[in-house]
Design a protein around this ligand. Sequence first.
Ligand code: UDP
Length: 320
Amino acid sequence: MARRLERALVTGGAGFIGSHLCDRLLAEGCRVLAYDNLLTGRMENIQHLLGDPRFDFEHYDVTNYLHVAGELDAILHFASPASPADFERLPIQILKVGSLGTHKALGLAKAKGARFLLASTSECYGDPEVNPQPETYWGNVNPVGVRGVYDEAKRFAEAMAMAYHRHHGVDVRIVRIFNTFGPRMQVDDGRAIPNFIRQAIRSEDVTVYGDGCQTRSIQYVDDLVEGIWRLLNCEYVGPVNIGSHNEITMYELARTIIRLAESSSQIVNRPLPPDDPKVRRADNSLAKEVLDWEPRVPPEEGLRRTIEYFRAELARSSSA
Ligand code: UDP
């Protein structure tokens, strides 16, 4: 077992996944420092933590020089916009946080002797020619396409993390995160699940891009957080895929969400964005082997919980 984690920094700590990680780290007895520039993160995600004396928040852009007073045992680098809609809205910020932000966070890990865990992504596999994707697959990424800003930034971040590991001996972990959903996703972040749920709740048309035959494997956020926690506490550097192996088409996903939301929405087709991966499915056998990890929350159960959250969010924003 690794050394005890007394104090951790989470970059992107007010984001969807970052805020759930803050919750988990605090529950495990860590003190937590969260940095976020609130570009896609939201204070609402961490409001419940602000009174906790073991939690600190800094409104800060981690592409700038990082100074943290005191000891740090772990840095979890989760800062980045991550929705394909952001790839067109925020391309430079995505490239900067993946490159400059990762560099700064690694420099801080080196200075503090902290373990460094990088949030990488299944986007490293691009539009894959191998399905499911094992960690040994090197991917099929278009560097000059619209998705390249995220894919290449994360691939660069992995290369940078491994260089700091090999050259400076930084204790690195890399998690490749597959499609994840749950409470605290932004209702308008543009990804398939938030779009479908928002549209279904409002009885609007549900927009399936292309013919809807493209696939993803979706996991509930609690399962992801469990996988990340296990990776942080084991000695395996990675990369390790954390994702579901259950593949679903976007058409099936839309139908499932309409049914679970008891909605009268109709499905309509919209153009498929460029370079949209045709298939994606996690080969999670390595996570099973080294972390004894598997997804536990059935997708429909996770979707029900997320629909509940979205109903409350939409009611709150319409009454505000
Ligand atoms: N998608 C869709 N309708 C939407 C939003 C997304 O059909 O309103 C499709 C998108 O083209 C992709 C899949 O759903 O094929 C998953 O998209 P998402 O944005 O969730 O993330 P990705 O897995 O592409 O990073």
